[in-house]
Design a protein around this ligand. Structure first.
Ligand SMILES: Cc1ncc(COP(=O)(O)O)c(C=O)c1O
Length: 456
């Protein structure tokens, strides 16, 4: 239809027709309307700052926004054209090697990824290759690799095992112990173990696996049996918390068998979504056959990532934060987040309704469940909080603790004390309502985010 004068009006004819949803659109539409309609649609989603389920950063300073805007059209992989942008990635990786106490930061090597998922897969792939190279050099079979980790890990560990054809030896949780136990690790490892994974800040309850004890176990096994099994630390969230909140804790490259560490820059690295980090203790831990040289962008460019083209924006934003905050700045902000998490913990406990699952607060994440005898369940509470816009996930723990239902609040840098108080008021109101509501237990098909997904 030809443009008519009413096209200049707000809520014009484009608001009357559905946006194209299936076939590729035959023609276009004015920029203002395309923007407005997509923008309004997205408004139906939750508000990122009230999404307490997510670890991912929802607020950055305007100066960071400006840098992100400037670097969004820079293709980061094009090292020949953008050597400064690429150099900044190297600098950040070296700074992280330093933060995580690599013995020689000039021998460490690291890479920026899209997030911890890519970083973990690349790290484990490197360990798989190293294991295979060692086995072949010794004339031993190299066709049955396995990887050992706990049920408290993120799904990306299972993905790695399946995508890269490695036997997954996943240690179940113990009924009353929600992190790995070194004895369970010892029972699973053998000469075909490419790596053991341990988590600093578990996805499920925000606690740390006993990394130092697992390292001791691997050091002993190396001496006794000659199996040199690397330990990969998944510091997706904890990698940017522990150095500032718990400097006394030894979990990083100070431990002999810790050969690689990942962290999500977009979680407590405090950058918007799209950045993760993988750092190897020593460049020897990254087998050469995983690094490709390409010349089609001009010049020789080594690449070691699953993706090729990506905007440089989030790498630059990460460097901005490193130089803007420095150690003292991160320490101060992490300290504030920890204080707010502790406050929330204490207030929730004081209601007498909840049991806190991670009172030690390895990171600013509050996990809690209803005490026995409550008139409603965690899913009811999560649902009710949604009415006030809060996204607080309710979920069950993995086997063998699947009967434990919990709620989780991730405290980020945009979670102020006032926000904590508002949440607490809404939790109290929700509980009062639910006490009287006499609801049946939530059936499995209505648990979790299924309802949300169906709506979409
Ligand atoms: C412990 C852990 N590992 C890995 C991941 C995956 O990280 P990303 O979302 O950065 O890919 C997460 C995400 O929540 C996590 O908590």
């Amino acid at each position: 239809m030809a443009n008519d004068l009413t096209d200049d009006l707000p809520a014009n004819r484009y608001f009357r027709d559905p946006l194209p949803r299936r076939e590729f659109p035959k023609g276009g539409m004015p920029a203002r309307d395309a923007y407005e309609l997509i923008h309004l649609g997205l408004k139906v989603d939750g508000q990122p700052s009230m999404n307490l389920a997510s670890f991912v950063t929802t607020w950055m300073e305007p100066e960071a926004d400006a840098l992100i805007l400037e670097a969004r059209a820079t293709n980061h992989i094009d090292h020949e054209e953008y050597p400064v942008a690429e150099h900044i990635e190297e600098i950040c990786a070296r700074m992280l090697a330093d933060l995580w106490n690599a013995p020689d930061i000039d021998r460490s090597v690291g890479v920026a990824t899209i997030g911890s998922s890519e970083a973990i897969m690349l790290g484990l792939l490197a360990h798989k290759f190293s294991w295979r190279n060692r086995r072949k050099a010794a004339g031993l079979p190299a066709d049955r690799p396995n990887v050992v980790f706990g049920a408290e890990t993120h799904i990306v560990w299972d993905k790695f095992a399946r995508y890269f054809d490695v036997e997954m030896r996943k240690i179940p949780m113990r009924a009353d112990h929600y992190v790995m136990h070194p004895d369970d690790v010892e029972a699973q490892i053998d000469e075909n173990t490419i790596a053991v994974g341990a988590v600093l800040g578990t996805t499920f309850i925000g606690e740390n696996d006993p990394i130092s004890e697992i390292n001791d176990l691997l050091v002993r096994i190396k001496a006794e049996k000659g199996w040199d099994i690397p330990l990969h630390v998944d510091g997706a969230s904890g990698g940017f918390i522990a150095p500032f909140a718990h400097p006394e804790e030894v979990w990083d490259f100070r431990l002999e068998q810790v050969k690689s560490i990942n962290a999500s820059g977009h979680k407590y690295g405090m950058v918007y979504p799209g950045i993760g980090w993988l750092v190897f203790r020593d460049r020897e831990d990254l087998p050469e056959d995983l690094v490709f040289e390409v010349n089609y962008l001009g010049g020789a460019q080594p690449t070691f990532t699953f993706n090729f083209s990506r905007a440089s924006a989030m790498v630059q934003a990460q460097y901005y934060l490193f130089v803007r905050l420095g150690f003292s700045g991160y320490k101060a902000i992490v300290g504030n987040m920890m204080a707010n998490a502790k406050y929330l913990n204490e207030k929730l406990e004081a209601t007498g309704r909840f049991e806190i699952l991670n009172p030690g607060l390895a990171e600013p994440v509050v996990t809690f469940r209803l005490k026995e005898g409550a008139a409603f369940d965690e899913y009811h509470l999560a649902d009710r909080l949604r009415m006030n816009g809060w996204i607080v996930p309710a979920y069950t723990l993995p086997p063998n603790a699947e009967d434990v239902r919990i709620l989780r609040v991730v405290v980020r840098n945009d979670f102020s004390r006032d926000k904590a108080d508002m949440l607490l008021v809404n939790i109290a109101e929700a509980c009062e309502y639910l006490d009287e509501a006499n609801l049946p237990p939530t059936p499995p098909k209505h648990q979790g985010h299924e309802k949300q997904r169906r709506r979409c």
